[in-house]
Design a protein around this ligand. Sequence first.
Ligand SMILES: [Fe+2]
Length: 225
Amino acid sequence: MALRPLLTRKTLGLRLPQLRGLQTFSLPDLPYDYGALEPVISGEIMQLHHQKHHQAYITNFNKALEQLDEAMAKGDSTAVVKLQSAIKFNGGGHINHSIFWKNLAPIREGGGEPPKGSLGWAIDTHFGSLETLVQKMNLEGAALQGSGWVWLGLDKELKKLVVETTANQDPLVTKGPHLVPLLGIDVWEHAYYLQYKNVRPDYLKNVWKVIDWHYSSEVYEKESK
Ligand SMILES: [Fe+2]
């Protein structure tokens, strides 16, 4: 019986599709219009921030994951390690912004209303009051050198609320594997410069008027059990 010639990529002269599907990420819709957070955050900032900055992190995250897939298929360990910083930066940018959009809401839809339920109690217990927490996050956010984020997180191991900052696009989990982000505030200049210029403390002072605690409360309820 004649053997069939072995069909390889070379003999077929084309690139066979990857056998396993590669997960890619896409830009999540905002749950409000770009101008809905005005006058606290301008529509121009929101549109650029979402359509350009967040989209760029996603595009570059997907590109890095594709390169990782190729490097893994080739068994190229150097290339795998080389891609880690691009994955952390762009993947972190996607994770952080996806949380940030959920932490905001127009004033008419509950933005700025203090947290209720168990998260409200936990904030009073750990920080004394919401005002003290806001002051602490504003101070730490203003003091952060360069670009980054200020977070309210839940330490699942110690069962306590924590305030942390992360540099660049590092997600909160880089500060500890048990940390769950509840509320993240973007203190990159792209988040405020067009409106607040170099005065980051004014942006931080105002942003609380459009902070929506529903998402934080839901995550807290789920993760603190
Ligand atoms: Fe940002």
